[in-house]
Design a protein around this ligand. Structure first.
Ligand SMILES: [Zn+2]
Length: 377
């Protein structure tokens, strides 16, 4: 490694050694090592989530399967000091050498173990005495689908997993066949495709867990242009695993009039009750809540402005598995767009439930049907 290729930066309270090119290039390069500076808010949220989960954690260990230059792992070591051991792994030896140097800069070398291995081999090994980890993070390039089993097998009972997917084009509906084979569900390429995507990812994790006699409970999820991310508590329970299908269903969407509903049973021939057009099926997917309000409240208490806004939207979000964009409503009505807060106020004063959603700042959730929304305006 040439020292000049790497520069020291501080993110949160942690010193990181990052490839200098990653700070200037439009798309961060994979060589000599990968680092994405724009994922800072994403890593800030991780720190908030891991801190909020601490009281529930029996073994305070953290494993990062695709650690790169160690950005998330080092931040956990420094900024969640209660975590006693941090394990970071990557297939890139240059990245791992850099992570080790940065651990020394932060005086956390004692609690950090960095390794170069295939991710599932790393996870299967467990900690120093072969035990599972308290928290396992998986943030791969592209799809996490092939690694979900390994992650679930490497986490302790009552532990936490956090999983990122960056194959957003697949999950949001550009390649529906690929989505079906990777996630066992159909995507919806529409205005709220990213929420459907998060629910497809969550349902794959839940169904995989149930096969392993495990149950998951999502406690927070968020999405940006380039990624989707789910946090879920994992417990060993065959009886809860038996109930996994209580949380799985379908989102039906009418591409003609914009009507959308959630159903339990698959119906490939369902017609829209408003305009009789054949509806598109999204799923199978997770239809239960993606956020645990108590947990999100804890995260929000320590958050900075931008993330606080996101977390507060998650806190107030009503339990509906899809949203409406404000500009979608105004374009159907051929009027000027209204602010989301105005729309919510108006729906509430007409007797409907309505809220913001963390999945899109320009959107709202409501229990009103599309024709009822249009009528209100
Ligand atoms: Zn319709």
């Amino acid at each position: 490694m040439q020292a000049s290729e790497f520069v020291e930066i501080t993110e949160g309270q942690t010193k990181l050694l990052v490839p200098s090119l990653s700070l200037t290039a439009k798309v961060p390069p994979k060589t000599p090592a990968f680092f994405n500076p724009s994922a800072k808010l994403n890593r800030d949220l991780s720190i908030l989530a891991y801190r909020a989960f601490l009281p529930r954690l029996a073994e305070k260990t953290f494993a990062d399967g695709f650690t790169g230059i160690g950005a998330r792992a080092l931040r956990v070591a420094v900024e969640v000091p209660e975590i006693q051991q941090v394990y970071g792994n990557d297939v890139n030896p240059t990245a791992i050498e850099t992570a080790k140097s940065a651990a020394a800069l932060n005086s956390v070398s004692d609690k950090c173990r960095f390794s170069v291995d295939e991710v599932c081999k790393f996870l299967q090994k467990g900690n120093e005495i072969g035990e599972r980890f308290g928290i396992v993070d998986l943030d791969p390039f592209g799809t996490p689908a092939r690694h979900i089993d390994c992650v679930l097998r490497s986490v302790l009972d009552d532990g936490l997993i956090s999983i990122t997917a960056t194959d957003t084009a697949v999950l949001c509906g550009v390649y529906p066949e690929v989505c079906l084979r990777r996630y066992y569900g159909r995507p919806l390429n529409n205005d709220y495709g990213n929420e459907t995507a998060l629910r497809l990812l969550t349902s794959l994790i839940a169904l995989t867990a149930s096969r392993l006699e495990l149950a998951i409970k999502p406690i927070f999820a968020h999405a940006a242009m380039q990624y989707l991310r789910v946090y879920a508590a994992v417990s060993v329970s065959s009886s809860e695993a038996n109930n996994v299908y209580d949380n799985i269903g379908y989102t039906m969407h009418c591409f003609q009039c914009g009507n959308r509903t959630s159903t339990r049973e698959f119906d490939g021939n369902k017609k829209c009750e408003l305009c009789q057009t054949k509806m598109k099926v999204g799923g199978q997917l997770w239809t239960s809540p993606l956020h645990d309000p108590d947990f999100v409240k804890k995260m929000s208490a320590g958050a900075e402005k931008q993330n606080k806004k996101l977390l507060d939207a998650a806190l107030e979000e009503i339990d509906v598995p899809y949203y409406f964009r404000a500009d979608e409503i105004s374009s159907r009505l051929k009027t000027h767009p209204q602010s989301v807060s105005k729309v919510i106020e108006k729906l509430q004063s007409s007797g409907f439930k309505a809220s913001r959603t963390p999945f899109n700042p320009g959107a709202f959730k409501t229990d009103a049907r599309i024709d009822q929304i249009l009528q209100v305006f």
